[in-house]
Design a protein around this ligand. Structure first.
Ligand SMILES: Cc1ncc(COP(=O)(O)O)c(C=O)c1O
Length: 463
């Protein structure tokens, strides 16, 4: 099929996630149909090449058509593609669980998360975690612990439970009547924090903030107030992705999590985005020096190949489901622990452990740091923040006051649309531009990404 035929058929039958219909159907808009991939590149049906600037919605780690992952899936396919995991097991799952537990373990940090519950994606990993927490407390004589607390703007996925844990008006407002109530604290977003008295500077707002870490204190106080009603403090450690790549001051996750543990609540970290090296360390939890009680992983788990997710817990939580069969965790999915996904995830973990890949990963992060400074040449850049291999560029109407552009202008979107012409694919979050390249991205390719984004900014924002 040529691209015209694909788009025509697409528009006749398909419905795309997070995509306004009017926008997709507009004849003036030319959707891109991806035909293949190669390393950090995506190639459309007409043969035009684009750099994958957001790792295919934050999932891809080692590039497209990565030989080891391709090979692992092919090998598994020669054995079996899928069988049930309800009361059965298989080698790829047990080998993966062992490797994953090792990957999560960190010297001197407890608890040890020795139990792995597989699911399909970030939302289902969060859904499983929240049900595990509720049932575990109920079975341990603490059924009153039903409160969940998280920062404003939190996003944990689109299932009803995962939405209930989040606080995003844009994504959740139509479903509020059926979501269970959960509470929130302020977002620890230094650039726009009311407690940060610093004048704007041309660097990451976290580096020049003038405050007394009020965001952490307020969260600690709220956790303390919740006391024995609190089931879990739920947090995307270090980076709140969908909130606009909000990057927390370091230590926020550890301080608030310690407060939650003190009142006997569970600490539930959502590392769906931040896991597998995205923030520089294997997990953001490691960088914070705090291992949660429950941990959700997805996105990069299979290197961005197949839908597979995991919810990890301590053995103690697992044991609380033992004994009477009435305590069974009646939860799961048809494709739980899909063997193809497990094979891909195993290959991903092996790649992450390779010394050469570790060097490449470190160099990418260093290159992002160096090249990110170029964004300051544009007067409408208010904040440039980086956490590992994630770069966020916040556009503002006025740098000196941090004033936003009108949301009606949809400037972030316009810039990203324009960047396509210059060979870059990425999605903004409002007026926050995101660069989150696959780890295999070379220095040259990264420079092309930055050039494309800057050219698009110059074209779309008239100064
Ligand atoms: C932090 C976080 N949690 C959960 C999710 C939901 O993941 P999925 O889209 O795989 O269901 C996302 C998705 O962006 C996310 O960023």
């Amino acid at each position: 099929m040529n691209s015209k035929e694909i788009i025509q058929l697409d528009r006749k039958h398909l419905w795309h996630p997070f995509t306004p219909i009017s926008y997709w159907m507009d004849p003036a808009f030319h959707p891109i149909s991806i035909a293949s991939g190669e390393g950090a590149w995506l190639i459309d049906t007409d043969g035009k090449r684009y750099l994958d600037g957001n790792s295919s919605i934050w999932t891809n780690l080692h590039g497209h058509r990565q030989p080891q992952i391709d090979g692992a899936i092919r090998q598994q396919l020669d054995k079996i593609a899928h069988s049930s995991f309800l009361g059965l097991t298989h080698e790829p799952a047990v080998r993966l669980a062992e490797k994953l537990v090792q990957y999560v373990k960190a010297e001197g940090l407890s608890p040890s998360l020795d139990r792995v519950f597989f699911s399909d994606d970030g939302s289902t990993a969060m859904e499983a975690g929240l049900k595990i927490i509720l049932q575990s407390f109920a079975q341990n004589g603490q059924a009153q612990r039903t409160d969940f607390l998280s920062p404003d703007g939190a996003y944990h996925g689109d299932t009803v439970g995962a939405m209930s844990l989040g606080h995003s008006d844009t994504f959740h407002r139509h479903y509020k009547p059926v979501l269970f109530p959960s509470r929130k604290v302020m977002t620890p977003a230094c650039y726009r924090c009311p407690f940060n008295h610093a004048q704007p500077e041309q660097s990451d707002a976290r580096s020049y903030r003038k405050c007394n870490f009020e965001c952490a204190t307020l969260a600690e106080e709220e956790i303390h107030r919740s006391g024995d009603q609190l089931a879990a403090w739920v947090l995307e450690p270090r980076v709140q992705g969908a909130a606009g790549m909000v990057m927390h001051p370091h230590g926020y996750a550890a301080r608030t999590a310690a407060a939650a543990r003190k009142v006997g609540a569970q600490v539930f970290f959502d590392e769906v985005l931040t896991g597998f090296g995205r923030t520089g360390s294997p997990l953001a939890s490691h960088a914070e020096g705090f291992i949660p009680d429950v941990l959700a992983l997805a996105k990069g788990f299979t290197g961005g190949y197949l839908p597979l997710a995991a919810t990890l817990t301590s053995d103690e939580i697992f044991q609380s489901f033992g004994g009477d069969p009435d305590r069974t965790f009646f939860h799961g999915h048809s494709y739980t622990a899909n063997p193809l996904g497990c094979a891909a995830a195993l290959a991903n973990l092996e790649l992450l452990a390779e010394p050469q890949k570790k060097i490449q990963h470190r160099e990418l992060i260093k290159n992002i740091q160096t090249l990110s400074q170029r964004f300051w040449t544009h007067p409408n850049v208010g904040d440039v923040r980086q956490e590992g291999a994630i770069l966020a560029i916040e556009l503002v109407a006025d740098r000196s006051t941090r004033a936003c552009f009108s949301p009606k202008e949809r400037l972030g979107l316009c810039v990203c649309q324009s960047a396509r012409v210059f060979g870059l694919l990425t999605r903004p979050i409002g007026d926050v531009l995101v660069l989150m390249p696959p780890y295999c991205t070379t220095a040259d390719e990264l420079e092309q990404m930055v050039d494309a984004l800057l050219l698009a900014m110059q074209k779309e924002i008239l100064v």
